[in-house]
Design a protein around this ligand. Structure first.
Ligand code: PRX
Length: 655
């Protein structure tokens, strides 16, 4: 029997597949592609370790590894015994070549200010900042929290940590003070790097002000370094707070890179799971760098004269792997933009493409659906002829959005790579190779060479037809190595669905006769709101933290642009009156606890929640109610009348 949830999802998704179309790679693209050999999949599968070692050999190692892979399921070690430094590979390796004066980062702030840092510039800044961190007592293995807007200092700070072997934990600037506090405390970070503020849609996000709230309850933090982004008012605490620019003026210009073991931790990044508490995903050095280097090079067909722009915020894994580490390891020119795509106008993204001659553009389906809604007039105003490859990531892309992207942005000339992966996988795992594979709207593609994926039933039986659970059946270099501070949860969460050798990503999938995978979305209690991952339990915990809330159940409901939005069913404690004011208050409460990305779209008050006889909330029925669908099977309910009452009540509230 295949997964029930996967089957449900399959039904909705196949409705969306208006037609199964195939797009061949244009000849002009194919001729110049980095990878043209169709047998590469077979060759890689014949000797996976040799395949990955080939990429690792292109990097710089202080000491070569003794063994490519040590796999004691579910624990893998890659390039065992090898020593390297990630910042050395992203910087020093390039500045001894002609690339030294190549633009590494072309940055544009939301108000229109610009900065370009060559590899040489970036090298200098990273070395200086690494020395500042050292001076403040940061040592190899120490954790550094980073809470910055999308400015070059964010990249500099990450690479400086990598240079001295400190573990960075970047917290997305849109997370609230409380979310920042919890992440700092979980990592027991010694230093926080933040800014006076950042620009978003014409407003200022007061990061230091928010961080000050977090800092009231973060005993591990000894120093705070503040980047002066603007001239925004803030409080500076003597002795603890330091201005970035004061220190940089005096910092020494060279810092010896630390020789890191291939398996030393490079960073942790928090992501939502099925419990109320986000997990600190651990990524290490050698395997991670090899994985992101290989995929950036092959999936994006990256060449030295490309201008590469990934729209993701560095606060998410896409930014870590495909704004910072992958592209810089490849010596690419990376465009970075601070603000919103509709500021001051809805052609801001296309203006950036035109201005800098962007050739590779990588974004999320949510953004594409928003562009679609804004209309074709905006991209038509700009010259997009520099583009040669497009990418998408983060959620399933509906064929309509794919076609719109293909026609209006790619001008029917650019291949689209739909890339499936996760915070945990570190690198792209399922996609198409643009010089070889044709593309199909809605299908991500095949496992990257050297990656083994399957579709398994609940019992672990591989199926060719129909939807079920996606599974990864062999280890890969950039795979997570654990959950910070919680080794058991690592095993439990990812490696117990079938056997200890098979990774369960939590997604449903099906495949076609060509072996192309179509992703069906999450089959667990993880939501994907506008491409951002959130746990239902996380939002529920935020709601029940409010004094009047007795119980809360959160579901994701379909949304035209964001893919999913949050609907929360709430029961209030006796003596409280539910109403519009309380709805607003609860929404704000969630924003305060997590951040604006978690703001529920709908709050529905209910006297009771539908539960099974064992007390489990039946989210499926709640989803049916919130999406105004016919109710599914109610036979397992403890009290079948609850759900009918709730549905009626909901319809009254909505009308
Ligand atoms: O459900 C899948 C979806 O995003 C989840 C991972 O989220 P996160 O760790 O935040 O990383 C997002 C960026 C890599 C997956 O479990 N997802 C990601 N990419 C795709 C996708 N779903 C369908 N198609 C994709 N291309």
């Amino acid at each position: 029997m295949s997964g029930k949830k996967a089957k449900e999802k399959e039904a909705t998704i196949s409705d969306l597949l208006i037609e199964e179309r195939k797009f061949e790679v244009p000849d002009e693209f194919r001729k110049k592609a980095n990878i043209k050999d169709k047998d590469i999949y077979k060759k890689a599968a014949a000797n996976r370790e040799k395949f990955w070692a080939g990429f690792a050999e292109e990097l710089h190692w202080f000491k070569k590894w003794e063994k490519v892979l040590d796999w004691k399921p579910p624990h893998a070690r890659w390039f065992v015994g090898g020593k390297l430094n990630v910042s050395y590979n992203c910087l020093d390796r390039h500045i001894t070549t002609w690339r030294k004066n190549k633009a590494a980062i072309i940055w544009e702030g939301e108000p229109g200010d610009q900065r370009t840092l060559t590899y040489r510039d970036l090298y200098r800044e990273v070395n200086k900042f690494a020395n500042i961190l050292k001076k403040l007592g940061v040592k190899k293995g120490d954790r550094v929290a980073i809470y910055l807007p999308m400015i070059p200092e964010l990249v500099i700070a990450m690479l400086a940590c990598a240079r001295i072997g400190a573990i960075h934990s970047v917290v997305f600037g849109g997370f609230s003070a409380e979310a920042l506090r919890d992440r700092i405390n979980d990592a027991r970070a010694r230093v926080l790097i933040t800014a006076d503020g950042g620009y978003r849609r014409g407003s200022i996000i007061p990061l230091k002000h928010d961080a000050d709230h977090a800092l009231l309850e973060t005993p591990s933090i000894q120093h705070v370094i503040i980047v002066k982004r603007g001239d925004f008012p803030l409080h500076v605490k003597e002795g603890r707070d330091h201005w970035w620019h004061y220190h940089m003026e005096e910092a020494e210009s060279y810092c010896e890179p630390e020789e890191m073991d291939s398996e030393d931790i490079l960073f942790t990044l928090y992501t939502s799971g099925t419990t109320g508490k986000p997990k600190g995903i651990i990524h290490t050095t050698g395997g991670y760098l090899t994985g992101v280097y290989a995929t950036t090079n092959w999936v994006f067909d990256l060449k030295d004269d490309d201008v590469y722009w990934c729209m993701a915020d560095i606060g998410w894994v896409t930014g870590h792997s495909y704004v910072v580490y992958g592209p810089l390891a490849c010596g690419a020119t990376v465009v970075m933009y601070e603000g919103a795509p509709d500021w001051p106008d809805r052609d801001r993204s296309w203006q950036i493409v035109e201005k800098y001659g962007v050739t590779i553009f990588y974004t999320a389906p949510t953004a594409i659906r928003a562009f679609m809604k804004w209309g074709t007039g905006w991209p038509a105003k700009r010259d997009l002829s520099s583009l040669r490859l497009l990418g998408t990531v983060g959620e399933p892309i509906n064929p309509e959005a794919w076609m719109w992207y293909h026609k209006n942005i790619g001008q029917e000339r650019c291949p689209i790579v739909d890339t499936w992966w996760q915070t945990e996988t570190g690198m792209i795992l399922i996609t198409t190779l643009p010089g070889i594979d044709s593309t199909k709207p809605g299908f991500a593609g095949r496992p990257f060479p050297g990656i083994e994926a399957d579709i398994l039933t609940e019992e672990g039986v591989s199926i060719q037809k129909g939807g079920s659970y996606l599974a990864l059946t062999q280890p890969w270099p950039a795979m997570l190595r654990g959950i910070y501070g919680d080794p058991e949860r690592y095993v439990q969460q990812y490696w117990t669905k079938w056997d200890k050798k098979t990774y369960f990503p939590g997604d449903g999938a099906k495949r076609d006769k060509d072996g192309y995978f179509l992703l069906l979305g999450r089959v667990d209690d993880v939501l994907n709101v506008a491409g951002h991952r959130l746990g239902t339990m996380e939002v529920e915990s935020a709601l029940v933290d409010h004094p009047v809330v007795a119980e809360a159940a959160v579901v994701g409901i379909e949304h035209e642009i964001k893919g999913q939005v949050i609907a929360a069913f709430v029961t209030v404690k006796e003596g409280n009156t539910p109403g519009g004011e309380l709805q607003d208050e609860l929404k704000e409460h969630v924003v305060r606890k997590i951040g604006a990305i978690a703001r529920p779209e709908k709050i529905i008050f209910s006297a009771d929640l539908p539960k099974t006889r064992s007390g489990k909330i039946m989210r499926r029925l709640l989803r049916d109610i919130a999406e105004s669908k016919v109710l599914g099977d109610t036979t397992t309910l403890a009290d079948a009348t609850t759900v009918e009452k709730l549905k009626k009540h909901y319809e009254e509230q909505e009308s």
